[in-house]
Design a protein around this ligand. Sequence first.
Ligand code: TIU
Length: 224
Amino acid sequence: MISVQAKPAAFSFDPARTALVIIDMQRDFLEPGGFGAALGNDVSVLQASIPAVDSLLALAREQGLLVIHTRESHLPDLSDCPVAKLEGGKPGLRIGDPGPMGRILIRGEPGNQIIPSLSPIDGEWVIDKPGKGMFYATGLEDRLRAQGIETLIFAGVTTEVCVQTSMREASDRGYRCLLIEDATESYFPAFKQSTLEMIIAQGGIVGHTARLTALRAAMNEERP
Ligand code: TIU
């Protein structure tokens, strides 16, 4: 077992039963001309998370953790996109409209790809999800159970939307959850801060949080 200095208390996990989940580090959210920008956001704010997510992915690969990448995406015919979601956001570019990186938030389009520094490699799972949470309509729960995974370490964007929703879904399904504080970002810094606080409030009502340095120190100590 590995024990990480975390909030609200130390967090222990068995690396053989743990997966790193990197939520939606795709061009649609991190680069101009994608879904995030179409919603009126300054996407440069999210780019601050990239170095830490890069390092976290390298650590997980070195230590042999299962790595799962998610992408928020919809089918080209939009049959998996509720009208309420299509209508959401600001007028301008909407899901399925053509943009500078192809059709906004559509599976297979250039904008829907994970950013190059985090490209998945063989053996890593890529989960396309139509919702904010990673369990909704993805079949992920059965795959995780079959693999014997019991702990999930989270990173990615955005903290209070897809990361938090996925973490809450995971918590309800009995997974022990750790969010890496510097490997997640929001378009709204105050929302990130509030999310980190609400996750660990009430004795860790949703899960735990830790800095990447704390995770790295704990893992290198146990398995240098
Ligand atoms: N808008 C926003 O903050 N997030 C999303 O729409 N999706 C994800 O968080 N991935």
